[in-house]
Design a binder for this molecule. Structure first.
Ligand code: PMP
Length: 439
């Protein structure tokens, strides 16, 4: 059955029959996207959409260099890591070179969830601990153990709460959280991590790890306040735990000023997990850690991953790193991100419904509220804005615990003209929609 022959209704019906219903589809009228070129997606009628949300296609949908690397290696060999292969070692070396010196040992996996799952195992084996500290609103992946450390899921629909070994700390959100002064917020929010570490001690358990997204994605594009990770890491290390930076959303130059999100906090994690943009859409993930943690994990039980580190994935990963470097995409993310953020700030001055504009580089969030003083979330408005933006050819999505944050995280090739169009269109959509949904 050729997918391309089915139109919307038939396709939806077949999908409902054969695909698990917990996989959602975006938009009231779902899109059938059939091809992508850099920051653009095309539906079956060749209508073009500007993609402002798919951060996985980091260097652009179907970037020719990435496609070429995959195609060429696929035609030569694809097998597992039990044979020596130059690409495996070359890729691991390149990834480690992009990270602080202490992070020099790599495990290649096939998704962000696999990366965090392995990070959990590394942390538990290294420390001998069982307990994990997590940040409210965080998402770390889709496996049973990762749902257990993802407040976004265990507190959300269908969730059954955190298990006793998981300790949740308040989200370091200077807009909505208890501490709003940027000068002191980082340290104050981090004190909750210290308290959680104390809680672990008081139960007689041992802390294994603190998991933290370097900028938070599903939580609503939250930028951690200055010094948060510095203080949080200190509390965690004093309690014998290791610090895991989940870079799955934000790594590889997206934040513009730095290659990794954790670098904006001037810290060095013990374990870094990578995913999404790492393979530009090819299923790839990685865990990078210290030789000491890797040595603890080498306890006799082999770690084998059938597809992780295969030559095709390594060729793709290398091509992504090359493109980021050759096209100066980190610098580009900073320049275009600044233009876009300034445009969104201008909109905020004109539209009362914009409560907050935040983010770094091309990882931005616009929080919509019905009242700036009470910060009542404009959830319905946010949904209608996304729908109307899509009708006008621009793809965005919403997230955050209150589902009122517009998420902007386009492929890094997004241009200044694209940014101007997004701001102009969002302004028009807000002007029209606000009469219906809020002030
Ligand atoms: N961590 C973060 C921060 C994520 O955003 C995601 C995916 N949304 C994951 C982990 C899980 O990655 P994957 O879907 O590739 O398993």
């Amino acid at each position: 059955m050729q997918d391309t022959t089915l139109r919307h209704e038939e396709l939806l019906a077949a999908r409902r029959k054969h695909i698990g219903p917990s996989l959602s589809v975006a938009y009231d009228e779902p899109l059938k996207i059939v091809r992508g070129v850099m920051q653009y997606l095309y539906d079956e009628d060749e209508r073009q959409y500007l993609d402002a949300v798919n951060n996985v296609s980091h260097v652009g949908h179907c970037h020719p260099e990435v496609v070429r690397a995959a195609r060429e290696q696929m035609a030569i060999l694809n097998t597992n890591t039990r044979y020596l292969h130059c690409l495996l070692v070359e890729y691991a070396r390149r990834l480690c070179e992009a990270l602080p010196e202490s992070l020099s040992v790599c495990y290649l996996v096939c998704s962000g969830s696999e990366a965090n799952e392995l990070a959990l195992r590394l942390a538990k084996t290294h420390t001998g601990g069982s307990d994990i500290i997590v940040v409210d609103g965080a998402y770390h992946g889709n496996t049973t153990s990762l749902i257990d450390i993802s407040p976004y899921k265990y507190k959300g629909p269908g969730g059954t709460g955190a298990p006793p070994n998981v300790h949740e700390v308040v989200m370091p959100d200077v807009y909505r959280g208890p501490y709003n002064d940027p000068a002191t917020a980082g340290e104050l929010y981090a004190q909750h991590v210290g308290q959680a570490a104390g809680e672990v001690r008081s139960t007689g358990n041992k802390l294994a790890a603190f998991f933290c997204e370097s900028l938070m994605g599903c939580a609503g594009q939250i930028v951690l306040p200055d010094n948060y990770l510095k203080h949080a890491f200190e509390h965690v290390r004093n309690a014998g735990g290791v610090c895991v930076a989940d870079e799955i959303q934000v790594g590889f130059g997206r934040v513009g000023t730095h290659f990794w999100g954790f670098e904006t906090q001037d810290v060095v994690p013990d374990i870094v997990t990578l995913g999404k943009p790492i393979g530009n859409g090819h299923p790839l993930g990685a865990v990078v850690t210290t030789p000491e943690i890797a040595a603890s994990f080498d306890n006799g039980m082999e770690y084998f991953n059938t597809f992780g580190g295969n030559p095709v994935s390594c060729a793709v990963g290398l091509a992504v790193l090359d493109v980021i470097e050759n096209e100066g995409l980190q610098e580009h993310a900073l320049a275009v991100g600044n233009v876009l953020k300034a445009g969104l700030e201008r909109l905020k001055r004109r539209h009362e419904v914009i409560g907050d504009v935040r983010g770094m580089g091309l990882f931005l969030g616009v929080e919509l509220v019905t009242d700036r003083d009470t910060r009542e979330p404009a959830t319905e408005l946010a949904k209608s804005v996304i729908e109307e933006m899509k009708n006008r050819g621009i793809l965005l999505s919403t997230d955050g615990p209150l589902n009122n944050v517009l998420k902007i995280k386009p492929p890094l090739v997004f241009s200044e003209l694209n940014a101007d169009l997004l701001v102009k269109t969002l302004g028009e959509v807000l002007r029209r929609a606000v009469g219906r949904y809020g002030r």
